[in-house]
Ligand binder design. Structure first.
Ligand SMILES: [Zn+2]
Length: 351
């Protein structure tokens, strides 16, 4: 009798295990049964990064490098089966007229609630050092584009109820012109429908893994959800500390998230950085100081693992955000001061 009870107990335990397993895998598994983190390897992100930096090189707005990068990204999205829109724009800077474009790939859901995943594809001009190091914009920001493309590819295996827009922004290094243009073109309805903007800027080099909300009244729930997902996966995912210039959990107006935070859209901005050595804005690495915008910003300073970890968390976050309809209160509200805030705490960063 005792044995029989034991037998049924173990059968029950097995059944529970199986049904629980099924619930979990139903939530995020594609037809092969693989869950998102199992599909993310960082390999695709790394390959894209290699192409952008080794085949193309620096990608300064207005040069062939930036155009080649745009063509490459368009091609990649089309190969994945995405609907791709090219959004050209022009701007004047220091007396010169520049042309650039944003590349928008859309995954339509059942409803209009939209998550934006953005990364800029341009870079600063080439930096050369006496030690032989030459920059190619590997960390800033072929890393963000690579991760975005891997996430886009993994998500083709999943049905999302909400809409996901992947946007490769042009001309970030000239004052986030692409993201500003994109945000300017959004209708009231687009703004109301956009529940989160995920910014990927420099995710392959820094010492530690961070996610932030924007300054001021930017809602923090998307950042908090990212932290919960990332830490739940076992990653040492952090946010910025409270400091003289920053509310803990926020970061400065120096990337493509800014035009969206000014529209009140919740931000989850991913970056690899080190705020331990500089609590007012961070410095990229303890060992080398800044790598971005220096001659060291090349393939040899990029970590494959950092790309993988970032893609892991971002893919899971995007899926989570587009799984269900969010209540209205979880959408953003318009920020109070509708202007950029200049915090010069990244002034050591060469421009
Ligand atoms: Zn950047």
């Amino acid at each position: 009798m005792k044995n029989k009870i034991k037998y049924w107990r173990s059968i029950l335990a097995l059944l529970t295990l199986f049904s629980f397993g099924a619930i979990i895998s139903n939530a995020t598994a594609d037809q092969s049964g693989l869950r998102i983190p199992e599909q993310v390897t960082g390999d695709l992100a790394y390959d894209h990064l290699c192409y952008l930096t080794e085949e193309i090189g620096v990608r300064v707005t207005g040069t062939e490098g930036a155009e080649d990068a745009a063509d490459y990204i368009i091609d990649q999205f089309l190969q994945m089966g995405y609907e791709v829109e090219i959004q050209p724009f022009t701007f004047e800077r220091r007396g010169t007229l520049y042309e650039s474009e944003n590349i928008i790939a859309t995954k339509h859901g059942k409803f209009d609630q939209t998550v934006i995943v953005g990364a800029h594809y341009d870079s600063v001009s080439e930096r050369v050092c006496a030690d032989g190091n030459v920059s190619s914009g590997a960390g800033d920001n072929a890393s963000g584009v690579g991760v975005m493309l891997e996430v886009a590819e993994v998500l083709t295996n999943y049905k999302t109820k909400g809409t996901v827009k992947f946007i490769a922004f042009g001309a970030e290094e000239m004052g986030f012109r692409g993201s500003r243009y994109y945000a300017d073109q959004m209708s009231e309805e687009d703004i109301a429908n956009t529940v989160t903007m995920i910014d990927l800027d420099s995710v392959g080099v820094g010492d530690f893994f961070y996610v932030y909300a924007g300054l001021e009244d930017n809602p923090g729930w998307a950042r908090d959800l990212a932290l919960k997902i990332g830490q739940g996966m076992g990653y040492d995912l952090r946010t910025s500390p409270q400091s003289e210039f920053f509310d803990g959990g926020t970061t400065g107006d120096w990337s493509d998230h800014v035009p969206f935070r000014l529209l009140g859209i919740p931000i989850a901005y991913f970056e690899w950085m080190n705020w331990d050595i500089e609590p007012d804005g961070g410095i990229e690495t303890e060992e080398f100081g800044w790598v971005m915008h220096t001659c060291m910003d090349n393939l040899s300073f990029v970590s494959h693992a950092k790309l993988e970890f970032t893609a892991d968390v971002v893919a899971s976050l995007v899926f989570e955000l587009s799984k269900t309809k969010l209540p209205r209160a979880e959408k953003g509200k318009i920020a109070k001061g509708n202007k950029y805030i200049s915090i010069q705490k990244r002034s050591d960063l060469p421009n």
